[in-house]
Write a protein that binds this ligand. Structure first.
Ligand code: C5P
Length: 232
């Protein structure tokens, strides 16, 4: 795997999601299922979208004690998602437990990536609420390196951090980057954004794109544009 456009299917129901995906005749975009859809429809939604031929990034961002995360990951590994994730803030021990839980008896497992600092957390909130006073970039790189040392495959990060993560953790360590917007599009609530073409240039491995595709008048054309700009 590598270098793909992941469509964030932030829909409230299975019906809305399948109706959206049905528009992609002959194409099977990589799909991100987040908390909203997963909590609304349950694990069956992963099996169903997978059965339609899509790869799946199951974005549930687990963060709990290691034993609980390990058990939960064991359940998720049975859903056959392609990418799962945890919060790096859960510590090395939790990330190692997640990997163990995710690994099937035959040794295979989905890719496991870590959230570093959410892009909704800024320096001020990090200092005030989390009592972390180091600069954001240093914190993100530290979390990325911790994830790498725990054996994870990559991180979710801002596209603006992709280059530095690759420098710190190596080019094979995956960067999965949301916050993507077309040059002529609206940014919405995303504050730090980048175009698919620029994300390609700085070396993101996967871009996660939601509203520029899902809210477009022609989602298939918007998806094709992302693919053209990002993959070529
Ligand atoms: O609609 P938009 O393109 O902003 O969607 C981006 C997707 O990536 C959403 O599903 C959002 O929850 C997710 N995401 C993000 N920033 C992060 C982590 C995940 O935007 N740091």
């Amino acid at each position: 795997m590598g270098k793909d456009v992941i469509v964030a299917c932030d829909f409230p129901s299975k019906e809305a999601t399948l109706e959206f995906l049905d528009r992609f005749t002959g194409r099977k975009p990589f799909v991100k299922i987040g908390m909203e859809l997963f909590y609304a429809e349950g694990p069956q939604i992963v099996r169903e979208i997978k059965a339609h031929g899509h790869k799946i990034f199951l974005d549930l961002k687990l963060h709990d004690i290691p034993n609980t995360v390990k058990s939960a990951m064991k359940v998720l590994s049975g859903l056959d998602a392609d990418i799962c994730n945890v919060h790096a803030a859960g510590t090395t021990e939790m990330m190692k437990a997640a990997l163990e839980g995710l690994t099937r008896p035959d040794g295979t497992r989905p890719l496991l990536i870590a959230v570093t600092q959410l892009t909704s957390t800024d320096q001020a909130a990090m200092e005030k609420d989390l009592l972390i006073s180091e600069p954001m970039e240093k914190v993100v790189m530290h979390y990325a390196l911790t994830a790498k040392n725990a054996g994870l495959d990559g991180v979710v990060c801002s596209p603006l951090e992709s280059e530095a993560v690759h420098k710190t953790c190596g080019k094979d360590f995956l960067t999965v980057t949301p916050g993507i917007r077309f040059a002529d599009g609206e940014t919405g609530d995303q504050k730090r954004v980048m175009t698919p073409a620029k994300a390609k240039e700085i070396g993101s491995d996967y871009i996660v794109v939601g509203r520029p595709i899902t809210r477009s008048e022609d989602p298939v054309a918007a998806y094709e544009r992302c693919v053209r700009e990002f993959i070529g």
